[in-house]
Design a binder for this molecule. Structure first.
Ligand SMILES: Nc1ncnc2c1ncn2[C@@H]1O[C@H](COP(=O)(O)OP(=O)(O)OP(=O)(O)O)[C@@H](O)[C@H]1O
Ligand SMILES: [Mg+2]
Length: 348
């Protein structure tokens, strides 16, 4: 695939702990990483998916683009968490012109928000596996007010939001360009600072999605309650083994939080198995900052009997001028913005 300059986009991932930006060029020899940048956001800038401090984010986006040397203004961004519902549904096979109305009608029963408050999108997956007179449709509903908030900060930063994607799909995009399709189901799980998104794929079709409000911030909260420290201090205590938490304290905090994550992930996977009893999840691919926690990876492998690995979003991308060790270190956190960076203007 060759990207023309005109349909080229910059991927921008607005996370609650950090902003990530990425520019990937399409060349005759393949994709080349041109620009990448990450910058932390002060605690509380985004809470429960809502942008609390608009000014701060606008400033941080401007600075990150400037410091990363990005001139391109067209961006692809994504949203996730509670503001997005992704669900596979079955509807009677019908002509396209009737489908939209049916989907809106069907959507109401699956969406915990007023139908007027969401934007609905869908993708036809094909004939239903259970009933040949029905077709499977992937329904996506995203809250309008959240989309408006994210578009607002991006526009105020002088950029043009061309594509608004869903975190889980951006991640799937990254996975698909870097890995071969497996015969067994693969679960992609992104554990960020305040949200976790799970996407189970069958081949390259997403069959089960769930986003929950779990993430690495929980570790900070636990450290703050033990040490009575500031958020910034808790971040240092979390990341630096020699910063002042005893081995036991550290172990206790991490074990209790990661076991909560595993319980929640198990619950989602069990639900998937109840719908697809003959399927097997052979591999779990982790991304987001939480993927770096080895205790979590080990426990998850034990709990799910699946192979657990960390995603490499740059596996099949020419790393250009970037240091491989640096990319390996930030890879898990970069995986959503790389998936956004390879979207094209004419993608849906
Ligand atoms: N090695 C590590 N050990 C523990 N936690 C880590 C490690 N590396 C990163 N983190 C944590 O990961 C979190 C950031 O991950 P990420 O960038 O995926 O979050 P985000 O995208 O900003 O958040 P969200 O998507 O939930 O809004 C921070 O809380 C950070 O402390
Ligand atoms: Mg994130």
């Amino acid at each position: 695939m060759v990207f023309g300059k005109k349909d080229h986009l910059v991927g921008l991932d607005i996370g609650s702990a950090s902003l990530k930006v990425c520019e990937i060029a399409g060349t005759k020899k393949g994709r080349v990483l041109k620009k990448f940048g990450i910058s932390p956001l002060p605690y509380g800038t985004i809470k429960e998916g809502n942008i609390v401090d608009h000014e701060n984010i606008v400033k941080a986006i401007r600075e990150l683009f400037k410091n990363s040397g990005i001139k391109e203004k067209n961006v692809a961004l994504s949203i996730g968490g509670y503001s997005v519902i992704v669900k596979k549904i079955n509807v009677q096979t019908m002509p396209d012109d009737q489908l939209l109305e049916t989907i809106y009608f069907e959507a109401e029963q699956y969406i915990p928000f007023d139908i007027n408050d969401v934007n609905i999108d869908f993708q036809i997956l094909g004939e239903s596996e259970v009933n040949p007179n029905q077709m499977s449709v992937l329904l996506v509903a995203a809250k309008k007010d959240i989309i408006a908030e994210y578009m607002d900060v991006v526009q105020r930063a002088g950029l043009i939001p061309v594509i608004i994607d869903v975190d889980a799909f951006a991640l799937q995009n990254t996975y698909e360009i870097n890995y071969d399709i497996e015969s067994e189901n693969v679960a992609l799980i992104d554990i960020g600072a305040s949200k976790t998104s799970l996407n189970i794929m069958k081949g390259n079709v997403s069959v089960f999605n769930r986003d929950v409000s779990l993430g690495c911030h929980q570790i900070n909260e636990r450290i703050i309650s033990i040490k009575n420290c500031s958020y910034e201090e808790s971040e240092t205590l979390k990341l630096d083994e020699d910063a002042g938490l005893s081995m036991d304290e550290r172990q206790d905090v991490i074990s209790s939080i990661v076991s909560d994550w595993c319980i929640e992930i198990r619950r989602a996977i069990d639900f998937f198995y109840s719908t697809y009893p003959d399927d097997h999840i052979g591999k779990i691919v982790l991304s987001g900052g939480g993927a770096n926690i080895s205790d979590f990876r080990n426990l998850l492998a034990e709990e799910t009997s699946a192979e657990v690995e960390i995603i490499d979003p740059f596996k099949k991308i020419d790393k250009g001028q970037f240091d491989s060790n640096y990319l390996q270190q930030i890879g898990p956190q970069a995986s959503i913005c790389t998936g956004l960076a390879i979207r094209r203007v004419d993608d849906k």
